[in-house]
Ligand binder design. Structure first.
Ligand SMILES: Cc1ncc(COP(=O)(O)O)c(C=O)c1O
Length: 415
């Protein structure tokens, strides 16, 4: 497979699976028959063990334990405990990560907190093609704090960071293209001019190794429902570097972020360390599902996971080039695996209908307007054979014109 000019054969693909040290992890997931699931970058698959764990949580901890379970079933320390588990997967210390709220809400908290740490500065630098919530929340924060949001193209980010910059707010892996930023270089540049950096890790966490402390990161947020497989709307996480924790003042001063919530005092006093990032009562069932799901990462070498991801996205791109050349697809992701996350995005003017036709055939990816077909490779449960079969199905859908059926052009609410 090293010679990129040679035709790829099914036998070679079988050898890749046979040599895959992570192949056994697929057994941990409940994937339906006949489905090739290439959308784990949107909603991760269901780990089998979550079902039993949730039944126990509902029947015993909620049903029998009732409110006693906040103490007896260790519900209360779950945000810290699950945060500590996530910390090991993103290069942070256990006391730097806590699970709470959604990514959007955490972004709001850290952007306001970071702006408050740079009182003389008013500028947030972001990327024009960032995920909408990042742009919307940053512009909402700018309005609230009398600051400004400046968004530039990815290649212009470095040059846009200067002495007027308070915060650089970026998504490490772009949601549409899968393009990666150099976390260390951007953070270094921001610090050199006295700015802080907020990293959105939604498409990074669980998809590749990440070294927040190695990069000297300030703040990060990310979600629990993509590569962490925590379930739809799973709680998100927030990272605050130890060195900032004592000064951080986040704006949503709810009682769970208080130093002594159960003293019910009148005045707000922020909790110590990362605890002050909490707001209100945690979504316990969401936390329990996420904690259980994270066990799929136990013993996984993240470097090995990244190698598989690079091999797999490379294989997909090469098969697309080999098999789909006549059908008008473009490549929206970087060709160089080192520059790309665990997804491959193709462009096609008829992308929406093609994706609907693929989903009807069991190849589940998603569509991002105006013309991106997005394929995510969550390598704990996707095999190389899946990639081979998916490309064969795409070829068939194109060659037969199956995508032209009128039902595939009807827009659904969630694409
Ligand atoms: C980069 C990025 N940030 C944030 C979000 C979502 O945030 P939330 O979980 O608050 O809906 C997504 C969702 O796809 C995303 O891709």
């Amino acid at each position: 497979m090293n010679d990129s000019t040679k035709t790829i054969t099914e036998a070679q693909v079988a050898r890749l699976d046979a040599a895959d040290p992570l192949a056994g992890r697929r057994e941990l997931f409940a994937l339906p028959e006949g489905v090739i699931y290439l959308d784990g970058n949107s909603l991760g698959a269901l780990p089998k063990s979550v079902m039993g764990r949730m039944t126990r949580a509902i029947e015993q901890e909620w049903g029998v334990g009732l409110i006693r379970s906040w103490n007896d079933a260790d519900w209360y320390p779950a945000p810290q405990r699950v945060g500590g588990r996530i910390a090991t997967l993103i290069g942070a210390h256990a006391d730097e990560v806590i699970v709470a709220d959604s990514t959007s809400v955490n972004l709001f908290k850290v952007l306001v907190a970071a702006l408050r740490m740079r009182p003389g500065r008013k500028r947030i630098v972001g990327e024009r093609g960032n995920f909408p919530t990042d742009v919307y929340v940053a512009s909402g924060v700018a309005e609230l704090m009398n600051a400004e949001l400046v968004t530039v193209e990815p290649d212009d980010v470095m040059a846009a960071i200067d002495e007027n910059t308070a915060i650089v707010s970026l998504t490490h892996t772009n949601y549409k293209t899968g393009r990666l930023y150099d976390m260390a270089a951007i953070t270094r540049r921001a610090h050199a001019v006295g700015a802080l950096v907020v990293w959105d890790l939604c498409h990074t966490a669980g998809a590749m190794p990440c070294d927040l402390n190695g990069c000297d990161a300030d703040f990060a947020v990310g979600c629990g429902y993509k590569y962490f497989n925590g379930g739809p709307g799973a709680p998100a996480f927030v990272f605050v570097a130890r060195r900032h924790q004592a000064q951080v003042r986040q704006p949503l001063t709810g009682w769970h972020g208080h130093a002594r919530p159960f003293e019910f005092t009148h005045d707000y006093a922020p909790g110590t360390g990362i605890d002050r990032m909490l707001v209100g009562t945690a979504s316990q069932l969401g936390l329990i599902a996420l904690e259980q799901a994270l066990q799929a990462f136990d013993g996984v070498d993240m470097q090995q996971l990244r190698r598989k991801s690079e091999q797999m996205t490379d294989l997909f791109i090469r098969l697309v080039e080999q098999e789909l050349a006549p059908y008008g697809f473009g490549l929206a992701s970087p060709r160089d695996a080192a520059q790309r996350g665990s997804q491959v995005s193709l462009t096609h003017a008829e992308g929406y209908a093609i994706m609907q036709a693929l989903i009807a055939r069991g190849v589940i990816g998603d569509f991002r307007a105006p013309e991106i077909l997005r394929f995510g490779f969550a390598v704990l449960y996707v095999s190389f054979r899946d990639v081979w079969n998916a490309v064969a199905i795409i070829k068939d859908v194109m060659a037969t014109g199956a995508w032209k059926a009128p039902e595939f052009s009807e827009r659904k609410a969630v694409t």
